[in-house]
Design a protein around this ligand. Sequence first.
Ligand code: ADP
Length: 234
Amino acid sequence: MAGWKEDKEKFLSMPLDAKRKFYAGKQYKQISDIPTWEEYAKKATLAPQIPSKTDFQIDSSLNSSLCKKVSIFQGDITTLEIDAIVNAANTSLLGGGGVDGAIHRAAGPNLLAECKTLNGCPTGDAVITGGYKLPAKYVIHTVGPRGEKPGLLQQCYRNCLKIMAERKLQTVAFPCISTGIYDYPNEPAAHVAASEVRKFLEKNSEVERVVFCIFLDQDHVIYEGVLQSYFPLK
Ligand code: ADP
C-alpha cells in the first residue's frame, strides 16, 4: 500500500486522544465549542442586515431549525476538529498560498501525496481526501473561479455539500472560497455561500452543522449581514 494510504487509514481509525498528539497547533475547536447562528445572534450586536439577492424562495417554516445548523466562526480553519473542512484549492491540487497552503502545512506531506494521485480538479468541482494530521477527518478540495463568476462558485458549494451528503458527514466548514488570491468580490461571494447552504439544508435534514469560517474582519461584517437574510432569526 502507498505510504499515504496507510497513513490515511491510520489517522481515520485512531482514537481522538491519540490523534490530538499529532495536531500541528495546540488549539483545536470541536463543534460544541462553536455557537450556532441562533446562539451567536443572541450574544452579539450584529452588523447591519444585508438583503438577500436570490430569487429562490426560502421555506420560512424551517427558519428556526436552520438557525441551529449554521455558524459563523472567525479564525483558522485548520484548527477545526470536525468531519470535514473545505479547501479553496487550485486546479492542480498540488497546494498553493492562502488557506490551501495552511491546510497542507497542517495536514503534513501525505495530503499532497494523495492529491497527486487525483490528477487535478476542474473549476467548480470538488474532491475529498483524508485530513491526516489535521483535526478534521477529511478535506474537501474545491476550485473556485477567478473573479466574479456566480455559476461556478455555486457549483463549488453544491459539489462540496453533495460529497458531504454522500459520505454522510455531519459537520463541515467552508472558507470564503475565491475571495482571496482569486479576487471574487467578498459580498457577492457571501450571497452565493449563504444561499447555496440554505438550499442544501432545506433538503438535507440529517446534516448537523455547516460552519462559515471567516478569516478577515471584512468578511465577518458581511456574513453577519447576509446570514440575517438567508437564515432569519425570527
Ligand atoms: P482563493 O484562491 O480561492 O481566493 P485564498 O486562500 O486566497 O483562496 O482565500 C480564500 C479565503 O481564505 C480568504 O478569505 C482568506 O482570507 C481565507 N484564509 C486564508 N487562510 C485561512 C485559514 N488558515 N483559515 C481560514 N481561512 C483562511
